[in-house]
Design a protein. Structure first.
Length: 84
C-alpha cells in the first residue's frame, strides 16, 4: 500500500527525519508497505550531498494505529537499512 503525506503534514515538516547516528536527513515523499515493514522513498542529504529516489527500509516496533503516513512516521523503529 502507498501512503502520501497531507498538505498539513508537509507544512509541519512531518516528512523530514534526521538520523543522527548516520548524519542523514530524509525528506520522505511517500511510504509503501504494510504491517510493520515499510519503505520510505524520497530525498536524502548525506555529508552535504543531496540524493534523489533514496530509499530506507524500516521495521516498526508495533503496527501503526491508523493507515496514514503520519501514523507510520510516529512509530518507533526496530531497525532500518538503506536500499540502493
Amino acid at each position: 500500500m502507498r501512503y502520501e503525506f497531507t498538505e498539513e503534514d508537509l507544512k509541519q515538516e512531518v516528512n523530514k527525519i534526521y538520523i543522527e547516528e548516520d548524519d542523514v536527513l530524509l525528506e520522505i515523499e511517500f511510504i509503501t508497505g504494510e504491517g510493520k515493514n515499510y519503505i520510505f522513498t524520497g530525498q536524502a542529504v548525506v555529508e552535504g550531498e543531496r540524493y534523489h529516489d533514496f530509499q530506507v527500509e524500516v521495521e516498526l516496533a508495533n503496527e501503526p494505529e491508523e493507515n496514514s503516513a503520519r501514523a507510520i512516521i510516529d512509530c518507533e523503529w526496530e531497525w532500518y537499512d538503506y536500499l540502493y
